[in-house]
Ligand binder design. Structure first.
Ligand code: ZN
Ligand code: ZN
Length: 372
């Protein structure tokens, strides 16, 4: 097999959007086909892959999940192995997550545990979301893991460290798209038209009251409108306007509440400005909620090998939360020490982190999956 660093470079060159990870899937399947096959069971699901390592004397199935997709970002790392796909980049470390899965898989294909291991290569983490449909698939029901683990690279932590906490790690997130449709017209005849720039402006202002007036101050939520578009020209009244944003909350209840308030405010705008409105929540991700007992046990175990920080929860989103909704487990941050954050065009994770993660998880899976 090629070295893990070479594999990571290969994967870095071919970032693909969600559910279009065809080359990535092919690359991984080809690699897996070079492993000893006698303990392996390989399934594909859409552009994703499941690989089960059959245990010698199984009583449970332990899963590791990696995401597979890249982002629509023009790469500026200067790497000699930069993206070959123009306008796409592995800017969230999913190339590292997959490489770590392959490192683990190559080890356990040769040295199976007592228990089954299940490697889940999941498409479309960045959108529209692969975790929920994957979890709901018939194949997943058959493979049904008893516990699940995953990691995400963390630019802000040094290599050789991990960060994790019991309970909530990542927020509930939802995209938000609101279309306002009125009636355009000449700028000098406002009484004959229905101006969506004015309606959109009111709506944006009104939505600022949701977090400040409707959410418990001891809970947390974010409603951000990051983009407004509307109109065609400076002297034409805008027929249409579109708001694009995101909602983040620390509880599913707060997410429900925020959405109810947005719907009420949009309804009010619709009546007040006599326009049509359409709300679309796009991709919705459930919170990542680390099961406390397994997480605490993992933290104690990991301390023997790496530095373990207890972190705070973050308002970022991860569709891995859908797996944790049904299967006990956890996600942790893997330190990769780089000045640029996730989704940045210059993100350059330190590649030594790959071997740290493989070593740690090999030992952890042996600890969890072997009886002696
Ligand atoms: Zn991301
Ligand atoms: Zn990511």
């Amino acid at each position: 097999m090629k070295s893990l660093l070479e594999i990571r470079k290969d994967l870095h060159r071919i970032p693909e959007p969600g559910f279009l990870e065809f080359k990535t899937q092919r690359y991984i399947l080809d690699l897996i086909s070079t492993f000893p096959q006698n303990h392996l069971e390989v399934h594909t699901w859409e552009t994703g892959i499941y690989v089960k390592v059959i245990g010698r004397n199984p009583s449970k199935t332990i899963a590791y999940r990696t995401d597979m997709d890249g982002l629509p970002i023009v790469e500026e790392t200067g790497y000699e192995f930069s993206s070959l796909h123009e306008g796409m980049m592995h800017a969230c470390g999913h190339d590292l997550h997959m490489t770590i899965a392959i490192g683990l898989l190559s080890h356990f294909a040769q040295n199976p545990l007592d228990d089954h291991l299940l490697f889940i290569f999941q498409p479309a983490e960045e959108g529209p979301g692969g975790a929920l449909p994957m979890r709901e698939s018939e194949l997943f029901r058959q493979l049904q893991p008893d516990m699940i683990t995953a990691l995400h690279i963390a630019p802000e932590y040094p290599v050789g460290t991990i960060a994790v906490k019991e309970g909530l790690l990542f927020a509930n997130t939802s995209e938000l798209f609101i279309d306002l449709i009125g009636k355009g017209g000449h700028a000098a005849y406002p009484h004959l038209s229905n101006d969506m720039v004015v309606a959109a402006s009111h709506l944006v202002t009104q939505m600022q009251s949701i977090v400040s007036r409707n959410i418990d101050p001891l809970d947390s939520a974010v409603v951000t409108i990051g983009k407004i578009t509307g109109g065609t020209k400076q002297n034409i009244i805008a027929e249409k306007a579109r708001l694009e944003g995101t909602i983040r909350t620390l509880s599913p209840e707060a997410m429900e509440k925020v959405k109810k308030r947005i719907e009420a405010l949009v309804e009010g705008i619709s009546r007040g400005f006599e326009c049509e409105t359409v709300i679309d929540y796009g991709s919705n991700y459930r919170q990542v909620d680390n099961e406390p007992t397994l997480t605490r046990e993992f933290m104690e175990f990991a301390k023997q090998q790496v530095n373990v920080f207890e972190c705070k929860e973050a308002m970022t989103g991860e569709d891995y939360g859908y797996f944790l909704e049904k299967i006990p487990g956890f996600m942790f941050w893997l330190g990769v020490d780089t000045p640029y954050g996730l989704h940045h065009s210059k993100l350059k994770p330190q590649e030594e982190a790959i071997q740290h993660a493989v070593d740690l998880l090999v030992q952890y899976f042996i600890f969890k999956g072997n009886r002696n």
